[in-house]
Design a protein around this ligand. Structure first.
Ligand code: NAD
Ligand code: TYD
Length: 340
């Protein structure tokens, strides 16, 4: 590996991966390729922008010419695909962009990568492909039962990765991460959304009874997990990157309020998300065999994250304008009005 294309590297987890790789491997060229959608943000990469082993290229993974050109220009030998539409609620409002990027984009990237003769293709996926897990833990050979358009589009992308491994003998690996949190996460996902809303004493719209369970993974642990699978994963295999920190949403919400010393009265139980999965839980045993394990426990990770949002208003205040407010109104206005 020498010239690594990191797609979606200006997003939340992709930028943590880029920062990690630039610092850890001075001999690699890290080329971030990103469409800069609403979720892409070059502020996330300010700390590496002057590094000599880092470059940024603006482009869409579903644009064949653009992908072919960047592969040629930088003589890319490795692709790590983080690029995706990633928010379940937005996929319910309009699945179109999810099919474009998570399915078609993944295919174009694989196809151009194959034609260019790249080495390893590492595809970043999610625990949501397994669907709702009433009890026990998903292992890598479990069947896919995606329930949201987001989860289905990620499952579609993964199946195309599998097909390219088997049909064209491409060298691929897949990671399936659990719910990730940490600095630089776009404030539409539970933890950064509730933290920034609570800071302004605004209502926190908790879906349904708030007893849904998510397994939380700190972003730096996720980024390191992708590095471990990229370097040590067996060709053709998928690896669960599970935080092994299961929490009810209500408990996470109360922890955030306690850290900010804000009242529980900010919590508003609003009508539930359509098709809402109750629980995700995966076994991390296979990734552990590669030597990966989480360094952050949830309490320390949440504290560091909340503190980061308190100290970095410059980063999130300018996001919470324009398109963000349109989305907020579409997603929450009726829900909040229903419980007023
Ligand atoms: P994000 O929404 O913060 O970032 C996505 C990035 O992809 C953005 O920079 C965006 O501009 C870019 N992008 C979108 N469409 C593109 C396109 N067509 N071409 C090029 N770039 C494009 O997402 P994230 O939370 O950092 O997630 C990264 C990856 O990890 C995704 O594949 C997601 O499915 C997966 N994942 C996320 C989580 C989580 O909890 N956030 C958990 C498991 C897996
Ligand atoms: P989210 O951060 O959107 O991640 P995902 O849907 O990929 O798990 O949501 C995490 C959990 O928090 C999920 O069960 C939905 C819930 N949630 C709310 O209750 N209210 C909200 O406003 C949001 C964004 C999420």
């Amino acid at each position: 590996m020498k010239n690594i294309l990191v797609t979606g590297g200006a997003g939340f987890i992709g930028s943590a991966f880029v920062r990690h790789m630039v610092a850890t491997y001075p001999d690699y060229q890290i080329i971030c390729f990103d469409k800069l959608t609403y979720a892409g943000n070059l502020d996330n990469l300010l700390s590496v922008s002057d590094e000599t082993n880092y470059r940024f290229e603006h482009g869409d993974i579903a644009d064949r010419e653009c992908v072919a050109s960047v592969l040629r220009t930088y003589n890319i030998d490795t692709i790590v695909n983080f690029a995706a539409e990633s928010h379940v609620d937005r996929s319910i409002l309009d699945p179109d962009a999810f099919i474009h990027t998570d399915v078609v984009g993944a295919y174009i990237l694989l196809d151009e990568g194959r034609k260019h003769g790249i080495g390893r293709f590492c595809h970043v996926s999610t625990d949501e492909v397994y669907g709702d897990i009433e009890s026990g833990y998903s292992t890598e050979d479990d069947r896919f039962l995606p329930n949201s358009p987001y989860a289905a589009s990620k499952a579609g992308g993964e199946l195309m990765v599998r097909a390219y491994q088997i049909t064209y003998a491409m060298d691929t690996v897949i990671t399936r991460g659990s719910n990730t949190y940490g600095p630089y996460q776009y404030p539409e996902k539970l933890i950064p959304f509730f933290t920034t809303e609570a800071l302004d004493d605004r209502p926190l719209p908790l879906y349904g009874d708030g007893k849904q369970i998510r397994d939380w993974l700190y972003v730096d642990d996720h980024a390191r997990g992708v590095d471990v699978v990229l370097h040590c994963g067996e060709s053709g295999e998928a690896y669960n990157l599970a935080g092994e920190n299961q929490r009810h949403n209500i408990s996470v919400t109360e922890d955030i309020l306690e850290l900010l010393q804000k009242p529980k009265s900010l919590i508003k139980h609003v009508p539930d998300r359509e098709g809402h999965d109750r629980r995700y839980a995966m076994s991390a045993a296979k990734a552990r065999q590669l030597g990966w394990r989480c360094k952050f426990n949830f309490e320390a990770g949440l504290q560091a994250t909340v503190r980061w949002y308190v100290e970095n208003e410059w980063w999130w205040r300018k996001i919470k304008t324009g398109e963000y407010l349109d989305y907020y109104r579409q997603q929450y206005a009726k829900r909040l009005a229903a419980v007023d």
